[in-house]
Structures are given as C-alpha cells and as structure tokens.
Design a protein around this ligand. Structure first.
Ligand SMILES: NC(=O)c1ccc[n+]([C@@H]2O[C@H](COP(=O)([O-])OP(=O)(O)OC[C@H]3O[C@@H](n4cnc5c(N)ncnc54)[C@H](OP(=O)(O)O)[C@@H]3O)[C@@H](O)[C@H]2O)c1
Length: 170
C-alpha cells in the first residue's frame, strides 16, 4: 500500500477536522492516482468529505469503533490491522492510505511509498494534526521531486518518498 498526503513546511496536515489548503490541482492529482483503487481512511477524514459521503469509483474502507456512524457505500473495519487484512487481495500499488493523522501514523510502516504534496509555506492558524517527518525517519528517502507548481496562490511540489525498510535498493 501507499499513502497520499498534503503537508506544509512543518508537516502539518489538518486543523479542526479540515484540510489546511484548497488546491484544486492537487485534488486532480489525488483523483487520478486513487480512482479505481482502494482508499483507507479514519472516520474523521470521511466526515470531512462533502456530506460525509464516500468517494466515487473507489473501494472506501473506513476505520471506526462505531459502525453505526458510517453511510452506505463504505466498508467498515474496527481497527487499522483489520484494514490491512481487508486489502490483502487488492493490488498493493493501488491501495491508498488517505488519512487522517491517526491512520497515517498507524499504517505508515506498511506503506511502500508516500505520495506527498509539499506546500512551500507554513499554514496559518494552529494546525492540530501532523504527518511524521519522513526526512528524519529511518529507512525513508526521496525517490523523486517534481518541479514547483502554483495553484490558488500557493507553491507546491509532488515529492515521492520510498520506504527502504520494505523496498530494498536493487
Ligand atoms: N493533508 C492531508 O492530506 C489530509 C488527509 C486526510 C486528513 N487530513 C486531516 O487530518 C485530520 C483528521 O485526522 P485525525 O487523526 O483527527 O482523524 P482520522 O485519522 O481521520 O480519524 C480518526 C478516527 O478513526 C478511527 N480510528 C483511527 N484509528 C483507529 C483504530 N486503531 N481503531 C479504531 N478506530 C480507529 C476512530 O473513529 P471513531 O471515533 O469513529 O471510533 C478515530 O476517531 C483532519 O484535519 C483532516 O482534514 C489531512
């Protein structure tokens, strides 16, 4: 499986249940990569979608201790290990951990790659949710970095990290 995430310069990803940035170009990137695949998310991240509905054209797996809160079209699992079991038969390159902070933290070590959108600013206000700093985590290294892009007045790059603990150098 892989993770996909948008971070600011200090690895912040969210505030009060919401994303930190509105980046339509990044949304397109997210859609292109995840459509046709499986997405794994925490219940709070599902709530942040429009009307709390699952994303179309993807297998939506939601981790929650309370299955009653989840709308139709979503598969519920009671913990992150059950999410890993649920995707055993899926193409691992097409399984995406999409957040939020608690689910990234729990599943990062199972991810072969992280598709990261690095926004070249520090988000305003006081973020309350962070992604682990991959530049300081053993085994993680940058595999590719895009040229800078600008959207909605923000500059960002797509940075792909690889987990050498799971994908040793050839
Ligand atoms: N920047 C990005 O790319 C990005 C992407 C996604 C999310 N976000 C942001 O991240 C924030 C949300 O992250 P979060 O950490 O607060 O919430 P989250 O991970 O989205 O969801 C947390 C919920 O998931 C369930 N859960 C998680 N781990 C579990 C486990 N081991 N066993 C059982 N249930 C488990 C629980 O649901 P119940 O309470 O129902 O039991 C828990 O309350 C928001 O601000 C969101 O906008 C950012």
């Amino acid at each position: 499986m892989n993770a996909i995430v948008v971070v600011d310069q200090i690895w912040a990803i969210g505030r009060e249940g919401r994303l930190l940035f509105h980046l339509p170009a990044d949304m397109e990137h997210f859609k292109k990569l995840t459509t046709g695949g499986t997405i794994i998310m925490g219940r709070r991240s599902l709530n942040a979608f429009v009307e709390g509905k699952p994303l179309p054209d993807r297998r939506n797996i939601v981790v929650t201790r309370n299955a009653d809160l989840v709308p139709p079209g979503v598969e519920v699992v009671p913990d992150t290990e059950s999410a890993v079991k649920a995707v055993e038969q899926d193409d691992p390159d097409n399984v995406w951990v999409i957040g939020g902070g608690s689910v990234y933290a729990a599943l990062l070590s199972r991810c072969r790659r992280v598709y990261l959108t690095r926004v070249e600013t520090v988000a305003e206000g006081e973020p309350d949710t962070y992604f682990p700093d991959l530049d300081h985590l053993p085994g993680w290294e940058i595999e590719s970095t895009s040229e800078p892009m600008t959207d909605n007045g923000l500059t960002f790059r797509f940075v792909q990290y690889i987990n050498r603990n799971l994908v040793p150098k050839a």
